[in-house]
Unconditional design. Structure first.
Length: 205
């Protein structure tokens, strides 16, 4: 057993700036783009999609280990639900959920992403050996043409801060009504919002 003093050591302070402060103080996209095989510099999107073309935003989301592992457990711990199923991943980002689904036994995964990160997702899928199981489709969910009429499962990390920020719910529901088979599954299929009133006299001052 380690001594009690081991538990009293000061935690290491991260040197990463993350996403605090002005955007110009964030991670260097230029340094990242020099290291990848695809060209992420030609993004021609509005602010919303353009913001998701940066690898570092996806890095921040992947570092939310509670959320990422919750998705991993929900998918990979339920292989009976995914075996030989057609899966639709909406807003796939780097393709992490699509890879979980492929590892769980999905017959094929169609990963939809409109931001330029889709080009990098194709590299990630290929380097993980799933190019025959996962097809990354670049475009908006409402505008792309899927090569299948129906899907068995829809997965997506559609929720932003307080379940509202990313505003993807409309796209998820549209895809559900158009593509999902009767009795199909959605991951997640329900969410809860909790609000608590507080009073902070110091903050008000």
């Amino acid at each position: 057993m380690p001594s009690n003093s081991a538990y009293r050591q000061k935690p290491k302070v991260s040197t990463e700036k993350g996403f605090g402060g002005e955007a110009k103080e964030w991670f260097s996209d230029d340094e990242f783009k020099k290291q990848v095989c695809v060209d992420l510099t030609k993004a021609d999107h509005d602010y919303y999609y353009g913001s998701y073309s940066s690898y570092y935003i996806h890095e921040e989301m992947l570092k939310d280990s509670v959320r990422t592992r919750a998705y991993q457990r929900a998918i990979e711990d339920n292989p009976e639900s995914f075996k030989d199923k057609i899966v639709l991943d909406i807003g796939c980002g780097t393709g992490i959920l699509s890879i979980f689904a492929a590892r769980a036994g999905a017959k094929h995964v169609y990963a939809i992403e409109n931001a330029e990160i889709a080009l990098y997702a194709r590299e990630i899928v290929k380097k993980n050996g799933y190019e025959n199981k996962i097809t990354v489709v670049k475009g908006k969910m409402e505008e792309v043409k899927l090569p299948v009429d129906k899907v068995d499962i829809i997965i997506s990390e559609w929720m932003g801060y307080f379940l509202l920020y990313e505003s993807m719910l409309d796209s998820i529901l549209w895809a559900r009504d158009k593509y999902m088979v009767k009795g199909g599954l959605m991951f997640p299929d329900k969410c809860q919002m909790f609000v608590a009133a507080i009073e902070d006299g110091n903050y008000k001052q």
